[in-house]
Design a protein around this ligand. Structure first.
Ligand SMILES: [Zn+2]
Length: 115
């Protein structure tokens, strides 16, 4: 298994899981019907998680403007790249924008340098 994933996909998964976490927290709150204060705290936390995910989605929207659409040389599909190195959304093929990094071992550290 390859340890890296396409960044946009990864953030999207995070935003989606945040929605589910929010729903689960609110669901747990229902069990505290007899303690309105505890229920309200759970509800607020749940709403906060859902609102947070909306923020993450907005962030994805901003990031998407900075992504570069490229055609993956491995599977031939269109994918979006973020940063100097990223993975193909469809097949996790490592891709690079920097010709000097071509052929080198994939390393996400390349994104942190010079940024
Ligand atoms: Zn691909």
């Amino acid at each position: 298994m390859k340890p890296y994933k396409n960044k946009i996909n990864r953030i999207r998964t995070f935003a989606l899981s945040l929605v589910f976490i929010g729903i689960v927290i609110m669901y747990v709150g229902i069990y505290f019907k007899n303690q309105p204060l505890v229920m309200v705290i759970f509800m607020l936390l749940g709403v906060l998680a859902v609102v947070g995910s909306t923020g993450v989605y907005a962030w994805i929207g901003l990031l998407s403007m900075k992504t570069v659409p490229v055609e993956c040389p491995n599977c031939g599909k269109q994918t979006k790249m973020l940063g100097r190195v990223d993975m193909c959304m469809h097949c996790n093929e490592p891709l690079t924008m920097d010709p000097s990094l071509e052929g080198k071992e994939f390393n996400e550290e390349y994104n942190k340098k010079n940024s």
